[in-house]
Write a protein that binds this ligand. Structure first.
Ligand SMILES: Cc1ncc(COP(=O)(O)O)c(C=O)c1O
Length: 389
């Protein structure tokens, strides 16, 4: 079959791809186990929105299911329908809620549980969330300080009173979301916990859920009945400024397509960053279109909108800095320190992974691991290792 007719989940084949992405499903499973043990006595769900943070919802879902995870959160209804195809038996919550009346059908067909976030969500589900005579399960999000999604405290109180009379809704879960859990000493955490405890007490028949990855490390009363980790499953550091207890799950590598020598005084890339020494340059075939953000560009680049300090890659046991501006399809690395003839065409430089912590790269780029993972795109060759999916 001609290649252009063969579009695969794993992206282009290795010899045609500009970079490769290795997803270690065994590391993912170990991360789930660690989070589940830290969450006890609460159960541990998994957040698989945005294609499981860019890793691929199918393989991630099946791996976690094999580890005993039975409850999942996605952001959008169509993500829920995709997850349903992978896991026919799972309990699937959809964080974004209902949007509009027409979406009630997909919730019914794919057996999704909406997280009701607003008066509009409540009204739609009260009218359309029925299985014959029985209201279908839902979750209710109460806002405790994010001012993003969720019912106000007043609306939640009114709902509890109304529903005690009408039983028009069956909220199996009452949830809220922490704004500052990655900063354990932030006073917002205790304030949100107190508000959440007051509100969840209005729904004694429902389970409670407050913790994302970072919240799990707050422990104690924060844990509630169900935790909802995302980033820590995928190897991101849950708590800022602390050692990361999670294992790297994703290794992103870029292919060296040229090795060049340039002299001090010559320039590199867009914006013509001047070289201050004779330099060996590894030209690599991934760029910001592959989620290696332009803000990873090397230091000393004129006119760049710098927010970070410039990122580094890893090759042959050493770190190598990004040189000049990252472009759409290509990134340059300064490999001078490795000496002549060490880096060759066809080698791969690790952009992030076990040797180049993703949070460090994200910080250098002025962003977070979440954004690096969810912008990886479809041009890498993807390989899933360490699992049977
Ligand atoms: C409501 C909600 N719960 C849980 C999570 C998972 O958070 P984290 O990836 O920080 O663990 C998210 C993700 O942003 C979320 O929006």
């Amino acid at each position: 079959m001609p290649y252009h007719l063969h579009i695969s989940e794993s992206g282009p084949p290795p010899h045609l791809a500009g970079g490769r992405l290795t997803v270690d499903l065994a590391a993912l499973a170990r991360n789930y186990r660690l989070l589940a043990s830290r969450s006890k006595p609460a159960q541990t769900a998994a957040v698989l929105k945005a294609d499981a943070y860019g890793l691929g919802i199918g393989p991630v879902a099946r791996t976690l299911w094999a580890e005993g995870c039975r409850r999942f959160f996605v952001a959008l209804p169509h993500e829920g329908a995709r997850l349903r195809a992978a896991l026919p038996e799972a309990e699937i919550f959809v964080l974004a809620g209902l949007f509009a009346v027409e979406t009630a059908a997909i919730y019914r067909e794919a057996r999704l549980i909406p997280v009701l976030n607003s008066q509009s969500d409540l009204s739609i589900w009260e009218a359309h969330g029925w299985d014959g005579e029985r209201p279908r399960p839902c979750a209710v999000h109460v806002d405790t300080g994010m001012n993003r999604l969720g019912l106000t405290a007043e609306r939640a109180r009114a709902l509890a009173e109304e529903n005690a009379l009408t039983s028009a809704l069956t909220p199996v879960l009452i949830m809220s979301h922490l704004a500052c859990a990655d900063m354990p000493d932030h006073p917002m955490n205790r304030g949100q916990l107190k508000s959440f405890q007051d509100l969840r007490a209005l729904f004694p028949q429902s389970e409670s859920s407050l913790c994302n990855s970072a919240g799990i490390f707050l422990g104690g009363d924060y844990l509630g009945d169900l935790t909802r980790p995302g980033i820590a499953l995928y190897g991101g550091a849950p708590v800022s400024g602390r050692a990361n207890p999670m294992e790297a799950v994703v290794t992103a590598e870029t292919r060296v397509v040229q090795v060049r020598r340039a002299r001090a005084g010559e320039t590199v890339s867009y914006g013509a960053a001047p070289l201050t020494r004779d330099t060996i340059i590894a030209v690599c075939s991934t760029g910001y279109a592959d989620g290696y953000h332009r803000s990873t560009s090397g230091a000393g680049v004129p006119l760049r909108q710098a927010v970070g300090k410039g990122a580094e890659g890893f090759i042959h046991g050493r770190r190598v800095p990004v040189l000049g501006r990252v472009t759409m399809d290509l990134t340059l690395f300064d490999v001078t320190e490795l000496g002549p003839d060490t880096v060759a065409v066809g080698d791969h430089i690790e952009l992030f992974g076990p040797n180049m912590p993703i949070d460090e790269v994200a910080e250098a780029a002025g962003t977070v691991a979440y954004e690096l993972l969810t912008s990886l795109g479809r041009r890498y060759h993807r390989e899933y290792v360490g699992g049977d999916v």
